[in-house]
Design a protein around this ligand. Structure first.
Ligand SMILES: Cc1cc2nc3c(=O)[nH]c(=O)nc-3n(C[C@H](O)[C@H](O)[C@H](O)COP(=O)(O)OP(=O)(O)OC[C@H]3O[C@@H](n4cnc5c(N)ncnc54)[C@H](O)[C@@H]3O)c2cc1C
Length: 388
């Protein structure tokens, strides 16, 4: 079987890439190892910028795939909390089996051939690329998009990248709990320990509760972190918990090789995730689209390597700014809270997450200047406090 493009992995990145390439008239195959709709461990937060991007591509998510619209966000840092009403932008919480299935069906409708239960086990790059499928079949394609997630076989088989080092990833664990709970806001908890992040996301029929910690800072099992966090939530008292699950998230904002002449990586496979909030769905959709555009140009005589330049320009600067904001934020949680009290920074972080309005790189510049100005008064306040 011969194709212009083989897309490996029908998550968000893969389905957007396959959809866009098929719409542009390319002969596309989308290969997915699972049967759809497949389960994917995720908080399922979808932001307005993702919805807008999909709308512009002609893949407007329907109401069912978006799930619950969130109106309030509660942010907690040790010893304090703030409630924020979402006034610009929108945030939804959904389940990835529903959302991703919607996108995969769109790719199929656009003309991409979707092969489910199809595990790509190895790849040979010769005059054309040959993808070997478990079971013995072969697929030939001029170009490959590796959208096969964190453990990307495409990245390793084509020597674009080895595994992510421990200090460039977070380990996350979640419970997806069904039931009626009295929660009126989505909750984000920062800094329970060094670089940690926890969340409570209401869903239409329950709640997803999870924790994440930097791989290199994880001192015990992530499940212990999760269970301690769950124990502290009164609304879950007496609730029978399902089995917890864990998975890894790459940290974005680090320059990595994401393309060569024949292969482009998108989504988690490329490491495109916001290190502050863990948002990866938007960057998966954006990079899937950019990778499909790059393949189209390569077929017309350009080079697929241009995808590296495009993502270095369109994605890396924002992810780098978000990584810096995360570092600034975790540098000293007391100082971060002082900044919250003194400014609109917290409101802006939520606006940044929800909407399209603020560019992370502009936000980082403003936050950095503000922090430098405020740091002396924070030190002074602490010195006065200590001397009392
Ligand atoms: C606990 C947790 C919570 C998160 N919460 C959020 C959140 O709330 N909002 C958000 O924006 N992001 C969140 N993220 C990040 C988000 O889940 C990822 O960034 C996103 O799923 C990346 O999409 P993707 O399409 O690149 O990869 P994936 O969604 O991982 O899709 C990869 C696909 O490739 C398939 N595949 C893999 N190997 C092969 C193979 N060899 N052959 C064929 N198919 C293959 C897989 O089955 C899968 O379907 C969270 C991550 C975790 C771990």
């Amino acid at each position: 079987m011969n194709y212009d493009l083989a897309v490996v992995g029908a998550g968000v990145a893969g389905s957007v890439a396959a959809y866009h390439a098929a719409k542009k008239g390319l002969k596309v195959v989308l290969l997915e190892k699972e049967r759809l709709p497949r389960h994917k461990l995720c908080g399922g937060v979808i932001t307005e910028k993702t919805v807008n991007l999909l709308k512009n591509l002609g893949m407007t998510p329907d109401r069912q795939s978006l799930g619950l619209e969130i109106e309030n966000v509660k942010v907690k840092v040790p010893g304090a909390e703030k409630n924020i009403k979402i006034s610009s932008g929108k945030i939804y919480t959904t389940y990835r089996n529903i959302f991703d299935n919607f996108l995969a069906m769109k790719a199929q409708e656009a003309g991409a051939e979707l092969f489910q239960d199809t595990f790509v086990r190895s790849i040979d790059i010769g005059t054309s690329s040959v993808l070997h499928i478990r079971g013995g079949d072969e697929i030939r394609a001029k170009y490959i998009i590796g959208s096969d997630g964190f453990y990307s076989l495409v990245a390793r088989e084509t020597k674009l990248r080895e595994s992510f080092p421990k200090n460039q990833l977070a380990i996350a664990a979640e419970y997806e709990i069904k039931g009626n709970f009295d929660i009126d806001a989505m909750e984000i908890h920062f800094g329970r320990s060094s670089f940690s992040y926890s969340w409570i996301f209401p869903k239409e029929d329950g709640v997803t509760i999870g924790v994440a910690e930097l791989g290199s800072k994880l001192k015990s099992s992530i499940k212990d972190y999760l269970d301690n966090f769950v124990k502290a939530q009164n609304f879950l008292c007496g609730t029978k918990l399902p089995v917890s699950e864990s998975f890894a998230i790459p940290m974005g904002g680090i320059k990595r090789v994401v393309a060569n002449d024949r292969v482009a990586l998108a989504g988690d496979a490329a490491g495109f995730v916001d290190s502050l909030s863990g948002e990866g769905i938007y960057y998966a959709a954006l990079s899937g689209y950019l990778a499909a555009e790059a393949v189209k140009s390569a077929l017309q005589g350009g080079s697929l390597k241009d995808y590296q330049r495009t993502t270095d320009r369109e994605i890396l600067p924002d992810l780098r700014a978000l990584l810096r904001i995360a570092k600034l934020f975790y540098f000293n949680m007391g100082f971060s809270y002082y900044l919250f009290e003194e400014s609109d920074i917290l409101q802006n972080i939520i606006t940044l997450l929800a909407g399209d309005i603020v560019r992370p790189r502009d936000f980082y510049r403003d936050a950095f200047i503000f922090s430098v100005r405020k740091f002396p008064s924070y030190i002074l306040k602490n010195v006065i406090h200590l001397s009392k």
